[in-house]
Design a protein around this ligand. Structure first.
Ligand code: NAD
Ligand code: MG
Length: 298
């Protein structure tokens, strides 16, 4: 394990190889469902003031990639509102504690992003409790593997679209009137947008949509000084994967197909979100930053 994100080492074995058991838990998964546990940067991410005074919303900020981003944002000086499902209160409270340990304000907003009205509530609570919004990370996601298209019921298709695409649209639209010049929007897409897996037809479709949404909106908002970008993770060790995101039999070899030969840890995604959130990326607009362990993207 690296001491911090700047530790110079060999990325091949920066983290120990993992060979988890075949396992599958109900959604949404919790961090405690992961064995071995994932690294969210709790003991390693060091901030250098890159987001001092900023106010961020991170959906899915309770666990996985969103939690790693939320922790990093706080250590870089941002106040952070995290959005998550009510069943994830335990993970959310842990991340909120880490945000507060960094000396920043944490707002916890449980609810269901599949409901349009919840996006308005997220914006209202963030404005009331943080006094503004200048970073919006649309990161919550739903992924359920299905062997055949005929195994995808209407509600799975609908919930995957609502969570991954509609919620991004609703929350971005609700936040937009409040975003000042200099604000940034970061959407979590996936390697699945480019290399869609045969068992993830619905999910991969949403991830391609997220890329198109990002690139279209980026052009629209750039003249207003609001930058829109995306991050495309490769296989990352998170609760999403063990809560039906993969078939159980795929879990033991998860991530071994990458050129690095291992899955990524959420902590390895955090610097990408910090970079895109920070003014240091001022000329980076409509970009998808791939963090895939070497899996090629266009
Ligand atoms: P995760 O399970 O830790 O995070 C997903 C989060 O989405 C959950 O914690 C939950 O809070 C939130 N969420 C889901 N449905 C919701 C709903 N209806 N209302 C409110 N919140 C809801 O897993 P993760 O892998 O960190 O996922 C984060 C993002 O990364 C997702 O968009 C996912 O598609 C994307 N991604 C993950 C991987 C990977 O390999 N883990 C790869 C590429 C992209
Ligand atoms: Mg979670």
């Amino acid at each position: 394990m690296p001491e911090n994100q700047y530790t110079f080492d060999n990325p091949v074995d920066r983290y120990p190889a993992i060979s988890p058991d075949e396992e599958q838990v109900p959604e949404p998964g919790l961090e405690s469902d992961l064995s071995p546990r994932a690294d969210l940067g709790e003991d390693s991410y060091v901030g250098t003031g890159r987001l001092t005074g900023r106010k961020a919303i991170v959906t899915g900020g309770d666990s996985g990639i969103g939690a790693a981003a939320a922790i990093a944002f706080a250590r870089e000086g941002a106040d952070v509102a995290i959005v998550y499902l009510p069943e994830e209160e335990e993970d959310a409270q842990r991340v909120a504690g880490l945000i507060r340990d960094a000396g920043r304000t944490a707002v916890t907003i449980p609810g269901d992003l599949k409901e349009r009205a919840f996006s308005d509530e997220i914006v209202k609570r963030t404005l009331d409790e943080l006094g503004g919004i200048d970073i919006l990370v649309n990161n919550a996601g739903k992924q359920i593997a299905a062997e055949s298209l005929t195994d995808i019921p209407d509600d799975q298709f609908d919930h995957t679209m609502k969570t991954n695409v509609y919620a991004m649209f609703w929350l971005t639209r609700a936040a937009l009137p409040h975003l000042p010049a200099g604000a940034t929007i970061i959407n979590t897409t996936s390697i699945q947008a480019y290399q869609p897996g045969e068992q993830l037809v619905d999910y991969a479709t949403t991830k391609a949509a997220i890329n198109a949404f990002t690139k279209a909106l980026a052009q629209q908002l750039a003249p207003k000084g609001i930058r829109v970008n995306a991050v495309a993770p490769g296989p990352i060790w998170t609760p999403l994967q063990v809560s039906k995101g993969q078939p159980a039999e795929a879990i033991p070899e998860f991530g071994q197909q990458t050129p690095l030969g291992r899955p990524g840890q959420p902590a390895e995604l955090a610097p990408a979100y910090v970079f895109l959130a920070s003014p240091e990326s001022s000329y980076v607009i409509g970009e998808t930053l791939s963090v895939t362990g070497g899996m090629p993207t266009p």
